[in-house]
Design a protein around this ligand. Sequence first.
Ligand SMILES: [Zn+2]
Ligand SMILES: [Zn+2]
Length: 334
Amino acid sequence: MPMLNDNTRRKLNAYRLDRNGQIAPGTDRGALHTAACWSWALTGGYLASDSPLSAISIYAAIMGNAFVPDPRNPDAVLATDYGAVINDVDDDFPGCVAEFATLRANFQACRDADIALRAAEVVFEQFKVDRQGDDSEGVCAAIRAARIPVIEARDASWMVARPEKVQFMQALMSICARRNGLVPAGPGDASVYTLHMRSSRWYGWDHWGIGVRTLPAGQLTFIQTVPNHPLCHSSNVMWDEHMIQASIGIAGLLQNHVDAINLIPPAPVRLAKCGQNQCNATHGWLFSLKNHWHRCTTCGTVWCPTHGSSLAGKTWNSQTRTCNVCQGRTELLS
Ligand SMILES: [Zn+2]
Ligand SMILES: [Zn+2]
C-alpha cells in the first residue's frame, strides 16, 4: 500500500497543531475542494455521492431504510428510520465477514438505545402536524420549544450502549475502507495511518477524516476537509468535536492521499514548532534579523535559534548545521 516516506512524516511533525489546521496547497479549488469529508478519507480525491463506492451508497446497501408509521395515523409515515435492518448483502462486500458479524452483534443494542429518542420524535412530529397551517409567531415558538425534548432524548440516548455504537460505526468504516482499496488494521488510533469518524447517530455520520502519526515521536495529526472547503492538515482534533468519535487503523494510504500530502510544503517558521522536545519557542509573524531559526532542507524539521545553534556541524564559513533527525543540512530562516 502507498505510504508516506519518513521525511514527509517529519515534515508534518514540524507544524504546530491547532484546531483548524493549515490549508493543503492546491485545494482551494479543484477536486479536493469539492470532495466530501468521506470522499477524501476513503479515496484521497473526489467521489460522487451516487458512486457505488461512496459511503452513502455503501451505507444504503447495508442498512435497511424503513419508514416509521405514525401510531396515531397508520396511513402516514413520520420519518425515515435508518438502520431498521442489516441487509443480507454480505456477498457484495468480499472480505468483510468479521465486519458484518460485528454489525449484527451490536445492532439490536444500538436500536434499543434509541427507543426513548424515537418516542420523543413521534410526539414532536405529531405536535407539528397538529399545528400545520398556523404560521403565527406563537406556534413557531412553540414548535421550537417542543424540539428541545427531542434534542435532550438524542443526547441521552447517545450515551446508552456507547461501546456497541462505536463498534458498529467502526465496522461500517472498515467495510467502506475495504471497498475503496484500503486495508483496515483494527479498531483504535494507534496505527501510523488511521480513519476517523464523528457522528451524532450510530447508523450515520457527520464527519470523516484521516490521521497520520508523525516522526520521530508518533504525534497524531489529522487531515480532513468538508465539501467546498480546502483540505486542511495539522489539526489536533477531528472537527465536530462535540460528537462521539470512532477510529480504525489502516495499513497504508491510497496514492491520492500520498500525492496530496506530499504537496504540503516544509513548515514556514511562523507555523512551526521547535524540533527540540519540550521547547515552546514560537517565531511569531515578524522577521528577525538577529535570531535565525534553522530548518532542515531534507526533512523540514525546524529549530528555534537556541536549539538550532546547539546542533552539530557548524563550519568555518557557514552558520548552517547538521539535522540530528535525518543528518540533512539546515538552512537559516529569519
Ligand atoms: Zn532533517
Ligand atoms: Zn527550541
